[in-house]
Write a protein that binds this ligand. Sequence first.
Ligand SMILES: [Zn+2]
Length: 324
Amino acid sequence: MRYESPVQLLLGTVPRIAFALSLFPVLAVAKIPQTCGPGVILKLSAPWSSQGGLLLLEVRSRKPLAEVTAEWNSKSVPFWQASAVARPASSRVAGVDVRRTILGVDLEKPPGTYPLLVHIQTASGKPESCTLQIPVRAGRFATERLHVEKEFVEPSSEQIKRANQERDKLRAIFDQVTPQKLWDGDFRIPLDGVTTGGNFGKRRVLNGQPGSPHSGVDFPSPTGTPIHAAQRGRVALAQELFFSGNTVIVDHGLGIYTFYGHLSEIDVKAGDEVESGQVLGKVGATGRVTGPHLHWGLTVERARVNPLQLVKLLGSKSHSDRGQ
Ligand SMILES: [Zn+2]
């Protein structure tokens, strides 16, 4: 069975609500449950997303699920098993099977409405397929005009070759989806005592030439400030790169990677298993920079998204994993 989501109808008929909700962070809006076959509910953390945004999809079944798959952005997205019963004893539902996945919207994905296909097979029932139509809005990104050393705007042929090789290496890393969920709990901002950062999605004009959009969040901080792993994972890369200087990438599993750039010093090596909060290195000003800061990036199934959204999204959801 296949049907269209009422999310689209709701958004089309209640623009004032949509406008009001847009004043709040995307992840704080109401959850709209859908059904997908008998006893199966789909919940999205928000009824739409925007460029560089994240959505959390939850599949909650009264019966054990044999298989759950979903397709988003022409890719199969991996689910993880949430705690089987996450409710107060008074409303306990026996045999609830809960699966979750994170959907990333690349910061350059054209605005529009995109299908999310969900396929569900319970242990005893027939297979069900459902389609949710998810609106993706334009991000509100500023334009940043920067002046940097000429070599970074007009690199030599050797530098172009190096940068292209490094770009291909990064793509190959982000293409790999480690099937295990290596993280456990909330994601944290990598610097102690810091609650927010800026510049995500900024369109850059470098020395008068349009460059690529800024794919991470910048945290200005003194050189030498310790940088902590946002969550548990495995170091996928720890080396100097042309644009991002000394760089560490942590694989958290299920297609989720965090990226730490411009370090003055790297304290881990590729292949290391790191705990949440473990020091990866120190803030610096290596690579293409105008001053010392941490550039923190996040990719989800190769979509470049805002890492601060993951802190919010899993901060509340991991709490519900523990029994709310
Ligand atoms: Zn940056």
